[in-house]
Design a protein around this ligand. Structure first.
Ligand code: PAF
Length: 282
């Protein structure tokens, strides 16, 4: 695997490769890689000639400075995992490389409804930061396919919207969430959980599973309230448990028994904020 730190250098590399017209799969990450990320690399590997990964802890998508400071960094291990998974190139830029005009002069994206609900509501500015960085990355690595994890359900929708707004010629491939054996969704933030918090963390996926198995047409408010109460009893400070239309993210209070639904949750265990989601009819 070749490691590039400069946009110009990976640009030259990709230009040279382009002579053979390869299909390029791109996996953007913030590092602290786990099996979930590696499954994205493996999906990209199985469908493309060239697989590129990026590791960049993007300052503009953190609305909480403490979360940014505490974001885990495990670069040696990341490189090792990527090499084993057959990644061809890693882009590892510094902030100046990603934001050459500085952090103040940033583009804004007309994301509409998508940035007013759920993560958008609780993390103001977060999705603008995600779009800024993914747009810039796709300019540097003009991939045929972009690989994203379903774990960040709303982020996948936001990035698709940005791609549509910017008319970028890239296909998004959404890969299923990978879970630990007890059901906890894999996440870089899990590394920050101590033993006691790690044991409690599984309650998020249990709660989503409970919603899935209890779902009935009609009013959903009791189901959602009971889920928040259950998480708070376990020791979480819950931002939200919501049930939404899986295609539009419209929040659903009454279910007609047909609409395709997703349950989504965000909750703090101490200082660590965990998110998860589950398609309810899958
Ligand atoms: O999901 C992530 O790790 C990040 O939000 C992404 C897509 C790499 C952008 O920084």
């Amino acid at each position: 695997m070749i490691i590039f730190k400069k946009a110009a250098d990976i640009g030259i590399f990709l230009q040279q490769k382009r002579q053979n017209n390869p299909k390029t799969g791109f996996v953007p990450t913030m590092g602290a890689l786990h099996q979930g990320h590696i499954s994205l690399i493996e999906s990209a590997r199985s469908k493309n000639d060239l697989v590129v990964c990026s590791i960049f802890v993007n300052p503009t998508q953190f609305n909480d400075p403490k979360d940014f400071q505490n974001y885990p960094i495990t670069i040696e291990n990341d490189i090792d995992l990527l090499e084993k998974a057959g990644c061809d190139a890693l882009f590892l830029p510094a902030v100046e490389e990603m934001y050459p005009a500085g952090l103040e002069n940033k583009k804004t994206y007309a994301l509409g409804y998508l940035e007013t609900v759920l993560e958008g509501r609780y993390r103001p500015g977060h999705f603008q930061g995600v779009c800024q960085v993914v747009h810039r990355l796709l300019t540097i690595v003009p991939a045929d396919r972009l690989y994203l994890g379903q774990k960040d359900f709303q982020q996948c929708m936001v990035i698709r919207k940005m791609i549509e707004l910017e008319n970028l010629p890239v296909e998004t491939v959404i890969c299923p969430t990978l879970r630990e054996t007890d059901g906890l969704a894999m996440s870089s933030r899990n590394m920050r959980l101590d033993k006691e918090a790690r044991e409690k963390a599984v309650e998020i996926s249990r709660t989503l599973l409970h919603i899935k198995s209890s779902l009935k047409a009609g009013d959903l408010s009791e189901l959602k309230t009971a889920a928040v109460e259950q998480l708070n009893r376990t020791g979480f400070k819950t931002d939200y448990v919501e049930i939404a239309d899986a295609d539009t993210l419209e929040l659903i209070g009454r279910w007609d028994g047909k609409q395709k639904l997703v349950a989504l949750c965000a909750a703090f265990l101490g200082e660590v904020r965990l998110i998860d989601n589950m398609l309810l009819q899958a």
